[in-house]
Structures are given as C-alpha cells and as structure tokens.
Write a protein that binds this ligand. Structure first.
Ligand code: NDP
Length: 234
C-alpha cells in the first residue's frame, strides 16, 4: 500500500537515494530542500530543519498533498570538522543543532501524526563515527551518537502504538559530504574497511527501505550498520 513518506535532505546524496527507493516502491514521497527543488516525481518542500516554523509548515504542506506522514527518514546533516582545541562553541552548536536538533524537530511533528494513525516508521541516519568516534569530529560524532539515545527513547515511548524508531549507521558513502575530504584521509579510512570500497548511497537506501517495510515490523531501537564492516565490534 502506498504510504506518505518524508525524507529530510532528500534532494541529494544519501537522502535522494532513499527517496528514490521509496518512490520506486510506489510510495508518495516528499523531500525537504533548501532551495534546490525536488527531483521529478517527488514533492519538494522548502525546509531548514534548524527552524521549527519551517518544519511545521513543511509538514503541513506534505500532509495536505500526501496525507499524514507514515514514514519519516531524518537524514539531513552537516559536518564542520576541527580539532577540539580549535573548535569554537558556535561550530559545535551548529552541527549538533542541525543533526540532532533537526531530528528532534521533525520526529516530534511526525510523532503527532503517527500517534493519530496508530502506526509509523522513523529512521534516523546516524554514522559509524557515532560509535567509534573520529578525530576532528567531536561535534559530528556527538550529534550522531545522540541520535541513538534519541531514537531508542522514542522506541520506548511510542512502541505500544506500533511506531518504530531505528537508526542506520553508514560508513563511508560517496557523496558531496565525503568528496571534500583530502585524498590521504580517504585512503586511511579505506584501509580500515573490510569490504575494501566505499558505499554507494543506494546501499544505505536499501536498509532504510527495509526498516520501513512490513517485514521489519518487530524491529525497533536497532542500530543497523551499513559500513562495509568498518564499525565491527563497536
Ligand atoms: P550531503 O552533504 O550530500 O547532503 C546533505 C543533505 O542534508 C542535503 O540534502 C542538505 O540540503 C541537507 N541539509 C543539511 N543541513 C540541513 C538543514 N539545516 N536543513 C535541511 N536540510 C539540511 O550529505 P550525505 O548525503 O553524504 O549525508 C546524508 C546523511 O548521511 C547526513 O546526515 C550524514 O551525516 C549521514 N552520513 C553520511 C556519510 C557519508 O559518508 N556520506 C556517512 C555516515 C553518515 P541542501 O541540499 O539544501 O544543502
């Protein structure tokens, strides 16, 4: 049955691959963007997830067109790397506010629709770095680790209403975000990946689509790695 799906940051990168996977399955797919517009076949809503009012109006727009959001994928995220002693408070706060605060804002709004429907799926895009940590990524890793505690709390709060909340932790995925890393840093990471390659965004999308499917109805509070083995043991 076609569902109303919302993917934040679904205009490019991993989010776009996720949105396309739901579209291919026949769902009604909406994506947030900050000016780029939406790919063909999807509803685009302008929304910066750091702004509560924009989140509220984006949901209103999606729900007017597609009905109450049944699947939420909180994917929007940023990095702003730097070593701790050089990391300004604003640099720390900005990343946490986008990655963790953004997830809070969209999940809260989605939960009210899902509670009325008495079913729903939330998937949070975290990172392998949430569990392993990463040099120069204290702000990013903290925000991504925070998503795990956040999702698991929702899993407990909302589980009795058939709403699941799960986390996906991708390793290194080829997108604009990773494109900007220096070549030697990329090679350093690659050397630690048992599958000896980086992921395509579509490989993350497959796991997300499964977590939102009927087959995963009894899976909640899970942290699912899609990382080529990079995070094994964490
Ligand atoms: P990209 O940089 O390619 O895309 C980031 C997306 O997030 C864009 O759609 C961007 O929108 C959106 N976004 C950023 N900030 C905001 C905001 N404040 N409000 C709304 N949208 C926002 O990144 P990826 O596709 O690589 O990453 C997607 C997610 O996956 C992120 O959460 C990232 O942390 C996570 N991840 C990525 C990995 C990788 O190796 N690439 C590994 C592990 C996790 P816009 O186009 O408007 O800028």
């Amino acid at each position: 049955m076609a569902r109303s799906v919302l993917v934040t940051g679904g205009n490019r990168g991993i989010g776009l691959a996720i949105a396309k996977a739901f579209l291919a399955a026949g769902d009604r797919v909406a994506v947030t963007h900050r000016g780029s517009g939406a790919p063909e076949g999807m509803l685009g809503v302008r929304c910066d997830v750091t702004d509560q009012e924009q989140v509220a109006s984006a949901f209103d727009e999606v729900e007017a067109a597609h009905g109450r959001v049944e699947v939420l994928v909180a994917n929007a995220g940023i990095t702003d790397d730097g070593l701790l002693l050089r990391m300004g408070e604003e640099q720390f706060r900005r990343v946490v506010d986008a990655n963790l605060g953004g997830a809070y804002r969209v999940a809260k709004r989605a939960a009210s629709s899902m509670l009325r429907n008495r079913r729903g799926r939330m998937v949070f895009i975290s990172s392998a770095v949430a569990l392993s940590g990463g040099p120069g990524q204290a702000n990013y890793a903290a925000s991504k680790a925070g998503l795990i505690g956040f999702a698991r709390s929702l899993a407990r709060e909302l589980g009795s209403r058939a709403i699941t909340a799960n986390v996906v932790t991708p390793g290194f995925v080829t997108t604009d975000m990773t494109e900007e890393l220096p070549e030697d840093r990329k090679n350093e990471i690659l050397a630690q990946v048992p599958l000896a390659r980086f992921a395509d965004p579509e490989e993350v999308a497959g796991a997300v689509r499964w977590l939102a499917s009927d087959e995963a109805a009894y899976v909640t509070g899970a942290v699912v790695p899609v990382d080529g083995g990079l995070g094994m043991g964490h």
